[in-house]
Write a protein that binds this ligand. Sequence first.
Ligand code: ADP
Length: 404
Amino acid sequence: MKVLVINSGSSSIKYRLFDAKDYSMLAMGLLERIGEPGSRLSHHWRGPTGEFTETVYDRRIQNHREGLMLVDSAIAESGILGSCSELFGVGHRVVHGGETFYEPTVIDAAVVDAIRKLAPLAPLHNPANLMGIEASLEHMPGVPQVAVFDTAFHHKMPPHAFHYALPSDMYAKYHVRRYGFHGTSHEYVAGKVAVHIGKPLEELNIITLHLGNGASASAIRGGRSIDTSMGMTPLEGLVMGTRCGDLDPAVSFYLGRSTGKSGEELESMLNHESGLRGICGLNDMREIQRLADRGETRARLAFDMFCYRVKKYIGAYYAVLGRVDVVVFTGGIGENSPDVRKDSCKGLEGLGIIVDDKRNNSHGDGICEIQKEEGSVRLLVVQTNEELAIARQTMQKIRSLNTG
Ligand code: ADP
Protein backbone atom coordinates (compact mmCIF):
# COMPACT_ATOMS: atom_id res chain seq x y z
CA MET A 1 0.00 0.00 0.00
CA LYS A 2 1.46 3.32 -1.07
CA VAL A 3 0.42 6.87 -0.45
CA LEU A 4 1.48 9.94 -2.42
CA VAL A 5 1.65 13.41 -0.87
CA ILE A 6 1.34 16.39 -3.20
CA ASN A 7 2.17 20.01 -2.41
CA SER A 8 1.18 22.01 -5.45
CA GLY A 9 2.33 25.57 -6.13
CA SER A 10 1.24 27.77 -9.02
CA SER A 11 4.15 26.59 -11.19
CA SER A 12 5.48 23.64 -9.22
CA ILE A 13 4.57 20.23 -7.85
CA LYS A 14 6.45 18.82 -4.84
CA TYR A 15 5.70 15.21 -3.95
CA ARG A 16 6.70 12.35 -1.70
CA LEU A 17 5.73 8.73 -2.02
CA PHE A 18 5.54 6.61 1.15
CA ASP A 19 5.11 2.94 1.88
CA ALA A 20 2.06 2.97 4.17
CA LYS A 21 3.32 -0.12 6.06
CA ASP A 22 6.10 1.74 7.85
CA TYR A 23 5.94 5.21 6.30
CA SER A 24 9.38 4.82 4.78
CA MET A 25 9.93 7.19 1.86
CA LEU A 26 10.13 5.52 -1.55
CA ALA A 27 10.47 8.57 -3.78
CA MET A 28 10.38 12.33 -3.72
CA GLY A 29 10.60 15.01 -6.32
CA LEU A 30 10.13 18.55 -7.43
CA LEU A 31 8.74 19.64 -10.77
CA GLU A 32 9.43 23.31 -11.40
CA ARG A 33 8.61 25.93 -14.00
CA ILE A 34 5.30 24.43 -15.10
CA GLY A 35 3.96 26.44 -18.05
CA GLU A 36 7.30 28.26 -18.47
CA PRO A 37 10.38 27.55 -20.54
CA GLY A 38 12.83 25.23 -18.81
CA SER A 39 10.39 22.93 -16.94
CA ARG A 40 12.39 20.39 -14.98
CA LEU A 41 11.54 17.39 -12.83
CA SER A 42 14.10 16.19 -10.32
CA HIS A 43 12.93 12.74 -9.17
CA HIS A 44 14.69 10.86 -6.36
CA TRP A 45 13.83 7.21 -5.82
CA ARG A 46 14.95 4.55 -3.42
CA GLY A 47 16.63 1.51 -4.96
CA PRO A 48 16.78 -2.03 -3.51
CA THR A 49 19.87 -1.16 -1.42
CA GLY A 50 18.07 1.78 0.20
CA GLU A 51 20.18 4.37 -1.62
CA PHE A 52 18.39 7.22 -3.38
CA THR A 53 19.11 7.92 -7.07
CA GLU A 54 18.20 11.11 -8.89
CA THR A 55 16.72 11.13 -12.37
CA VAL A 56 16.19 14.48 -14.08
CA TYR A 57 13.56 15.02 -16.76
CA ASP A 58 13.96 18.21 -18.80
CA ARG A 59 10.92 18.74 -20.97
CA ARG A 60 8.28 21.36 -21.59
CA ILE A 61 5.35 20.88 -19.23
CA GLN A 62 2.34 23.02 -20.07
CA ASN A 63 0.15 22.49 -17.04
CA HIS A 64 -0.31 20.56 -13.79
CA ARG A 65 -2.12 17.68 -15.55
CA GLU A 66 0.89 17.11 -17.82
CA GLY A 67 3.10 17.52 -14.79
CA LEU A 68 1.35 14.73 -12.91
CA MET A 69 1.57 12.48 -15.95
CA LEU A 70 5.33 13.01 -15.93
CA VAL A 71 5.54 12.34 -12.19
CA ASP A 72 3.50 9.17 -12.72
CA SER A 73 5.85 7.90 -15.43
CA ALA A 74 8.93 8.81 -13.36
CA ILE A 75 7.53 6.74 -10.48
CA ALA A 76 6.70 3.88 -12.86
CA GLU A 77 10.16 4.03 -14.49
CA SER A 78 11.80 3.69 -11.09
CA GLY A 79 9.88 0.42 -10.66
CA ILE A 80 8.00 1.42 -7.49
CA LEU A 81 4.48 1.19 -8.92
CA GLY A 82 2.99 0.16 -12.26
CA SER A 83 1.20 3.51 -12.28
CA CYS A 84 -0.27 6.01 -9.84
CA SER A 85 -3.73 4.48 -10.31
CA GLU A 86 -2.47 1.69 -7.98
CA LEU A 87 -2.02 4.14 -5.09
CA PHE A 88 -3.97 3.56 -1.87
CA GLY A 89 -4.49 7.29 -1.53
CA VAL A 90 -3.24 10.77 -2.29
CA GLY A 91 -2.85 13.49 0.34
CA HIS A 92 -2.88 17.13 -0.74
CA ARG A 93 -1.52 20.00 1.29
CA VAL A 94 -4.03 22.85 1.27
CA VAL A 95 -2.99 26.10 2.89
CA HIS A 96 -6.32 27.64 3.92
CA GLY A 97 -9.28 25.72 5.28
CA GLY A 98 -11.03 28.83 6.63
CA GLU A 99 -13.73 27.97 9.16
CA THR A 100 -15.02 25.25 6.84
CA PHE A 101 -12.32 22.58 7.17
CA TYR A 102 -10.57 21.58 10.36
CA GLU A 103 -9.81 17.94 9.74
CA PRO A 104 -8.48 15.86 6.85
CA THR A 105 -11.26 15.80 4.26
CA VAL A 106 -11.93 13.41 1.39
CA ILE A 107 -12.00 15.47 -1.77
CA ASP A 108 -15.03 15.49 -4.04
CA ALA A 109 -16.52 18.14 -6.32
CA ALA A 110 -18.21 19.93 -3.38
CA VAL A 111 -14.92 20.09 -1.45
CA VAL A 112 -13.11 21.47 -4.50
CA ASP A 113 -15.80 24.10 -4.73
CA ALA A 114 -15.53 24.98 -1.05
CA ILE A 115 -11.73 25.28 -1.27
CA ARG A 116 -12.19 27.56 -4.27
CA LYS A 117 -14.63 29.72 -2.30
CA LEU A 118 -11.87 30.24 0.29
CA ALA A 119 -9.52 31.63 -2.37
CA PRO A 120 -10.22 35.28 -1.44
CA LEU A 121 -8.75 34.55 2.01
CA ALA A 122 -5.65 32.91 0.47
CA PRO A 123 -5.28 34.19 -3.08
CA LEU A 124 -1.59 33.29 -3.23
CA HIS A 125 -2.04 29.71 -2.05
CA ASN A 126 -5.42 28.02 -2.44
CA PRO A 127 -5.74 28.49 -6.22
CA ALA A 128 -2.25 26.99 -6.62
CA ASN A 129 -3.15 24.05 -4.37
CA LEU A 130 -6.33 23.53 -6.38
CA MET A 131 -4.38 23.25 -9.63
CA GLY A 132 -2.68 20.16 -8.22
CA ILE A 133 -5.89 18.76 -6.76
CA GLU A 134 -7.89 19.10 -9.95
CA ALA A 135 -5.09 17.62 -12.07
CA SER A 136 -4.77 14.76 -9.64
CA LEU A 137 -8.53 14.02 -9.56
CA GLU A 138 -8.52 13.97 -13.34
CA HIS A 139 -5.40 11.84 -13.60
CA MET A 140 -6.30 9.33 -10.85
CA PRO A 141 -10.09 9.35 -10.70
CA GLY A 142 -10.32 6.02 -8.86
CA VAL A 143 -7.87 6.85 -6.06
CA PRO A 144 -9.20 8.38 -2.81
CA GLN A 145 -7.76 11.85 -2.30
CA VAL A 146 -7.63 13.74 0.96
CA ALA A 147 -7.03 17.43 1.68
CA VAL A 148 -4.97 18.26 4.77
CA PHE A 149 -5.19 21.90 5.81
CA ASP A 150 -2.40 24.07 7.23
CA THR A 151 -4.96 25.95 9.30
CA ALA A 152 -6.62 22.89 10.86
CA PHE A 153 -4.45 22.49 13.96
CA HIS A 154 -5.22 26.05 15.08
CA HIS A 155 -8.99 25.85 14.79
CA LYS A 156 -9.48 25.41 18.54
CA MET A 157 -7.82 28.72 19.45
CA PRO A 158 -10.00 30.60 21.94
CA PRO A 159 -11.98 33.61 20.65
CA HIS A 160 -9.81 36.13 22.51
CA ALA A 161 -6.81 34.80 20.55
CA PHE A 162 -8.37 34.46 17.10
CA HIS A 163 -10.41 37.68 16.91
CA TYR A 164 -8.96 40.94 15.65
CA ALA A 165 -10.07 44.17 17.30
CA LEU A 166 -12.14 45.28 14.29
CA PRO A 167 -15.84 46.10 13.91
CA SER A 168 -17.56 42.80 14.60
CA ASP A 169 -19.26 42.52 11.22
CA MET A 170 -15.82 42.27 9.60
CA TYR A 171 -15.70 38.83 11.15
CA ALA A 172 -19.37 38.00 10.75
CA LYS A 173 -19.57 39.06 7.09
CA TYR A 174 -16.04 38.69 5.81
CA HIS A 175 -14.54 36.02 8.10
CA VAL A 176 -11.64 38.25 9.07
CA ARG A 177 -9.87 36.52 11.98
CA ARG A 178 -6.64 34.78 12.86
CA TYR A 179 -6.52 31.31 11.28
CA GLY A 180 -2.83 30.42 11.65
CA PHE A 181 -0.75 28.22 9.34
CA HIS A 182 2.06 25.63 9.43
CA GLY A 183 -0.38 23.66 11.61
CA THR A 184 0.77 20.29 10.29
CA SER A 185 4.33 21.10 11.31
CA HIS A 186 3.50 22.55 14.75
CA GLU A 187 1.34 19.51 15.54
CA TYR A 188 3.93 17.04 14.23
CA VAL A 189 6.85 18.42 16.25
CA ALA A 190 4.72 18.75 19.41
CA GLY A 191 3.86 15.05 19.06
CA LYS A 192 7.55 14.20 18.66
CA VAL A 193 8.40 16.18 21.79
CA ALA A 194 5.88 14.23 23.89
CA VAL A 195 7.32 10.90 22.72
CA HIS A 196 10.89 12.11 23.30
CA ILE A 197 10.14 13.35 26.81
CA GLY A 198 7.98 10.35 27.65
CA LYS A 199 5.01 12.40 28.88
CA PRO A 200 1.49 12.63 27.49
CA LEU A 201 1.01 15.65 25.23
CA GLU A 202 -1.98 16.59 27.39
CA GLU A 203 0.41 17.42 30.25
CA LEU A 204 2.81 19.61 28.28
CA ASN A 205 3.00 23.33 27.53
CA ILE A 206 5.09 23.87 24.43
CA ILE A 207 6.22 26.82 22.31
CA THR A 208 6.95 25.65 18.77
CA LEU A 209 9.04 27.83 16.46
CA HIS A 210 8.83 26.82 12.81
CA LEU A 211 11.60 28.91 11.26
CA GLY A 212 11.98 28.39 7.51
CA ASN A 213 11.42 30.67 4.56
CA GLY A 214 7.95 31.05 6.02
CA ALA A 215 8.12 31.26 9.81
CA SER A 216 5.60 31.02 12.62
CA ALA A 217 5.36 30.43 16.36
CA SER A 218 2.67 28.58 18.24
CA ALA A 219 1.66 28.28 21.89
CA ILE A 220 0.47 24.73 22.54
CA ARG A 221 -1.27 23.71 25.73
CA GLY A 222 -2.10 20.06 26.21
CA GLY A 223 -1.66 19.33 22.50
CA ARG A 224 -3.93 22.19 21.44
CA SER A 225 -2.77 25.36 19.69
CA ILE A 226 -4.05 28.25 21.79
CA ASP A 227 -2.30 31.02 19.86
CA THR A 228 -0.13 31.37 16.79
CA SER A 229 1.74 34.18 15.09
CA MET A 230 0.40 33.95 11.54
CA GLY A 231 -2.98 35.53 11.08
CA MET A 232 -5.75 35.66 8.51
CA THR A 233 -2.95 35.04 6.01
CA PRO A 234 0.64 33.80 6.41
CA LEU A 235 1.88 37.41 6.32
CA GLU A 236 1.59 38.20 10.04
CA GLY A 237 4.02 37.46 12.83
CA LEU A 238 7.71 36.67 12.56
CA VAL A 239 10.13 38.23 10.09
CA MET A 240 10.29 35.76 7.18
CA GLY A 241 12.36 35.20 4.05
CA THR A 242 10.36 37.65 1.96
CA ARG A 243 7.32 38.47 4.16
CA CYS A 244 7.31 41.39 6.57
CA GLY A 245 5.48 39.78 9.49
CA ASP A 246 3.97 42.15 12.09
CA LEU A 247 3.46 45.64 10.74
CA ASP A 248 1.43 48.69 11.73
CA PRO A 249 -1.58 48.41 9.36
CA ALA A 250 -1.36 52.17 8.77
CA VAL A 251 1.94 51.60 6.91
CA SER A 252 0.01 50.10 3.97
CA PHE A 253 -2.32 53.12 3.69
CA TYR A 254 0.56 55.55 4.03
CA LEU A 255 2.59 53.74 1.37
CA GLY A 256 -0.43 53.58 -0.92
CA ARG A 257 -0.77 57.35 -0.68
CA SER A 258 2.89 58.23 -0.86
CA THR A 259 4.16 55.76 -3.49
CA GLY A 260 1.03 55.53 -5.63
CA LYS A 261 1.28 51.73 -5.53
CA SER A 262 -2.00 49.85 -5.86
CA GLY A 263 -3.33 47.46 -3.22
CA GLU A 264 -2.12 44.49 -5.28
CA GLU A 265 1.34 46.00 -5.67
CA LEU A 266 1.61 46.63 -1.95
CA GLU A 267 0.38 43.12 -1.18
CA SER A 268 3.03 41.74 -3.48
CA MET A 269 5.71 43.93 -1.87
CA LEU A 270 4.80 42.82 1.65
CA ASN A 271 4.75 39.16 0.59
CA HIS A 272 7.66 38.90 -1.84
CA GLU A 273 10.03 41.84 -1.37
CA SER A 274 10.02 42.35 2.38
CA GLY A 275 11.27 40.34 5.37
CA LEU A 276 14.95 39.36 5.25
CA ARG A 277 15.12 40.14 1.54
CA GLY A 278 13.67 43.59 2.05
CA ILE A 279 16.14 44.42 4.80
CA CYS A 280 19.35 43.14 3.22
CA GLY A 281 18.59 41.93 -0.31
CA LEU A 282 18.94 38.22 0.57
CA ASN A 283 16.53 35.67 1.97
CA ASP A 284 18.88 32.72 2.46
CA MET A 285 19.80 32.69 6.15
CA ARG A 286 23.11 30.91 5.47
CA GLU A 287 24.24 33.75 3.21
CA ILE A 288 22.95 36.37 5.63
CA GLN A 289 24.92 34.85 8.51
CA ARG A 290 28.07 34.65 6.40
CA LEU A 291 27.82 38.33 5.48
CA ALA A 292 26.82 39.40 8.98
CA ASP A 293 29.86 37.59 10.38
CA ARG A 294 32.02 39.56 7.93
CA GLY A 295 30.59 42.80 9.28
CA GLU A 296 28.06 43.61 6.53
CA THR A 297 25.67 45.93 8.35
CA ARG A 298 22.44 45.24 6.47
CA ALA A 299 22.90 41.49 6.83
CA ARG A 300 23.60 41.97 10.55
CA LEU A 301 20.44 44.05 10.90
CA ALA A 302 18.37 41.39 9.09
CA PHE A 303 19.77 38.66 11.34
CA ASP A 304 19.20 40.70 14.50
CA MET A 305 15.66 41.65 13.52
CA PHE A 306 14.81 38.02 12.76
CA CYS A 307 16.05 36.79 16.15
CA TYR A 308 14.59 39.73 18.08
CA ARG A 309 11.12 39.02 16.67
CA VAL A 310 11.44 35.32 17.56
CA LYS A 311 12.44 36.31 21.10
CA LYS A 312 9.43 38.61 21.44
CA TYR A 313 7.11 35.74 20.52
CA ILE A 314 8.81 33.37 22.96
CA GLY A 315 8.17 35.95 25.67
CA ALA A 316 4.58 36.53 24.59
CA TYR A 317 3.76 32.84 24.47
CA TYR A 318 5.44 32.27 27.81
CA ALA A 319 2.93 34.74 29.20
CA VAL A 320 0.08 33.07 27.29
CA LEU A 321 0.97 29.61 28.59
CA GLY A 322 1.94 30.64 32.13
CA ARG A 323 4.35 27.71 32.39
CA VAL A 324 6.54 26.43 29.58
CA ASP A 325 7.99 22.92 29.53
CA VAL A 326 9.60 22.96 26.10
CA VAL A 327 10.61 25.39 23.36
CA VAL A 328 11.03 23.67 19.99
CA PHE A 329 13.10 24.88 17.06
CA THR A 330 12.20 23.44 13.67
CA GLY A 331 12.17 24.35 9.94
CA GLY A 332 15.27 24.94 7.78
CA ILE A 333 16.59 27.76 9.99
CA GLY A 334 15.40 26.39 13.34
CA GLU A 335 16.96 22.99 12.67
CA ASN A 336 20.23 24.21 11.17
CA SER A 337 21.22 27.56 12.63
CA PRO A 338 22.80 27.44 16.11
CA ASP A 339 23.35 31.22 15.88
CA VAL A 340 19.64 31.94 15.37
CA ARG A 341 18.70 29.60 18.22
CA LYS A 342 21.24 31.23 20.51
CA ASP A 343 20.33 34.82 19.71
CA SER A 344 16.59 34.17 19.88
CA CYS A 345 17.02 32.93 23.46
CA LYS A 346 19.56 35.58 24.53
CA GLY A 347 18.39 37.43 27.62
CA LEU A 348 15.68 34.90 28.50
CA GLU A 349 17.74 33.26 31.26
CA GLY A 350 15.37 34.73 33.85
CA LEU A 351 12.59 32.63 32.30
CA GLY A 352 14.67 29.45 32.64
CA ILE A 353 15.54 29.48 28.93
CA ILE A 354 19.30 28.93 28.81
CA VAL A 355 21.14 27.63 25.73
CA ASP A 356 24.19 25.43 26.23
CA ASP A 357 26.68 26.54 23.58
CA LYS A 358 28.38 23.18 23.22
CA ARG A 359 25.14 21.25 22.82
CA ASN A 360 23.73 23.93 20.53
CA ASN A 361 26.73 23.82 18.21
CA SER A 362 27.14 20.08 18.02
CA HIS A 363 23.67 18.75 17.48
CA GLY A 364 23.19 16.12 14.75
CA ASP A 365 20.19 14.40 13.20
CA GLY A 366 17.11 13.47 15.18
CA ILE A 367 15.87 15.25 18.31
CA CYS A 368 18.49 17.17 20.28
CA GLU A 369 18.33 18.97 23.60
CA ILE A 370 20.33 22.18 23.69
CA GLN A 371 19.49 23.64 27.12
CA LYS A 372 21.89 24.02 30.02
CA GLU A 373 21.31 21.67 32.95
CA GLU A 374 20.23 24.56 35.19
CA GLY A 375 17.59 25.78 32.71
CA SER A 376 14.02 24.92 33.71
CA VAL A 377 12.76 24.90 30.11
CA ARG A 378 13.89 22.17 27.74
CA LEU A 379 15.05 23.52 24.40
CA LEU A 380 14.65 20.98 21.63
CA VAL A 381 15.70 20.91 18.00
CA VAL A 382 13.26 18.69 16.13
CA GLN A 383 13.21 17.92 12.42
CA THR A 384 9.80 18.59 10.99
CA ASN A 385 8.26 16.36 8.34
CA GLU A 386 5.01 17.82 7.07
CA GLU A 387 4.76 15.35 4.19
CA LEU A 388 4.99 12.38 6.54
CA ALA A 389 2.30 13.90 8.76
CA ILE A 390 0.06 14.43 5.71
CA ALA A 391 0.67 10.84 4.57
CA ARG A 392 -0.35 9.51 8.00
CA GLN A 393 -3.46 11.70 8.21
CA THR A 394 -4.45 10.69 4.68
CA MET A 395 -4.13 6.98 5.47
CA GLN A 396 -6.05 7.37 8.74
CA LYS A 397 -8.86 9.16 6.98
CA ILE A 398 -9.14 6.58 4.19
CA ARG A 399 -8.95 3.68 6.65
CA SER A 400 -11.67 5.25 8.81
CA LEU A 401 -13.92 5.39 5.75
CA ASN A 402 -13.21 1.77 4.92
CA THR A 403 -13.89 0.57 8.47
CA GLY A 404 -16.70 2.97 9.31
P1 ADP B 1 10.49 26.53 3.42
O1 ADP B 1 9.70 27.45 4.30
O2 ADP B 1 10.61 27.01 2.01
O3 ADP B 1 10.12 25.06 3.55
P2 ADP B 1 12.90 25.70 4.79
O4 ADP B 1 12.23 25.19 6.01
O5 ADP B 1 13.54 24.72 3.89
O6 ADP B 1 11.98 26.68 3.95
O7 ADP B 1 14.02 26.74 5.28
C1 ADP B 1 14.77 27.49 4.37
C2 ADP B 1 15.68 28.39 5.17
O8 ADP B 1 16.55 27.59 5.97
C3 ADP B 1 16.56 29.26 4.30
O9 ADP B 1 16.60 30.58 4.81
C4 ADP B 1 17.93 28.63 4.47
O10 ADP B 1 18.95 29.57 4.34
C5 ADP B 1 17.83 28.15 5.91
N1 ADP B 1 18.89 27.19 6.22
C6 ADP B 1 19.09 25.96 5.73
N2 ADP B 1 20.24 25.43 6.24
C7 ADP B 1 20.78 26.38 7.05
C8 ADP B 1 21.96 26.46 7.86
N3 ADP B 1 22.83 25.46 7.92
N4 ADP B 1 22.18 27.60 8.56
C9 ADP B 1 21.32 28.64 8.50
N5 ADP B 1 20.19 28.63 7.76
C10 ADP B 1 19.92 27.51 7.06
